[in-house]
Design a protein around this ligand. Sequence first.
Ligand code: CO8
Length: 258
Amino acid sequence: MAYETINVDVTENVATITLDRPDALNALNQKLLGEVCTALEDADSNDKVRCIIITGSSKAFAAGADITEMANQSFVDMFMRDFFTAETKRFNNTRKPIIAAVAGYALGGGCELAMMCDFIIAGDNAKFGQPEINLGVIAGIGGTQRLTRFVGKSKAMDMHLTGRFMDAEEAERSGLVSRVVPVKKLMDEARAAAVKIGEKSQIATIAAKDAVNRSYETTLAEGINYERRLFQSLFATEDQSEGMAAFQEKREAQFRDK
Ligand code: CO8
């Protein structure tokens, strides 16, 4: 499929979606977010794909929602068109794991997009921020909720109220990103992680993603119960038998998603 604002590559069971609006530092407009969702849906339904990477350029993952697109909107426009709501729901329906590979700026909606992925690997030049306060607004695609869960109230308040940027080292220290790597190695590292995930049983990876995400939506007791049910149900799969037999026989497991 031909896209205007992203590029999609499928290699070695990994779909890589690269945001491609260099003139606007990959600012998210309706077109781009719609195309990202279509590419995610394609990847989710493509049996060859086992993990997805979303990335930008070495200068910017995405510098926010497109201010040009929003500047002249009224409350009624924003309310009636309900900007980005349908897209975020489509995004969150993705069952396969999504890694955000972030270099450069991940600001505003760009930081929020990275946080919607399952985990973030950052290049050492990454800068995260929620600078919407400088525009007279606040985050609008989950930033006040997700950043707070990632880094805690104090740091989230600091970011949202001052609009300051967090560098990669601070982002790792605060739990926003899972690892920081030299920016030149960012895509190699993200691909290696994606290929490794792709070697697992896909039934188990989907269950793991589902269970971890559940922890954001429920109480600890309910979440543990949910995890236990998923864990038990995996004993109905051939992949469980294969994984445990392979361990006992000291060989690599051959998962077949059955
Ligand atoms: N939107 C549109 N265009 C942008 C954006 C953006 N968010 N960010 C950068 N650009 C454009 C610039 O206008 C410039 O275009 P041009 O060359 O035509 O003038 C080009 O990208 C390059 O940018 P700069 O010249 O500014 O590059 P610098 O290296 O000097 O600065 C910065 C880089 C620091 C990233 C700077 O561009 C900047 O501050 N950008 C804006 C960051 C920002 O405020 N982001 C938050 C946006 S609001 C948001 O994300 C709300 C999300 C919720 C939406 C919910 C909807 C329901």
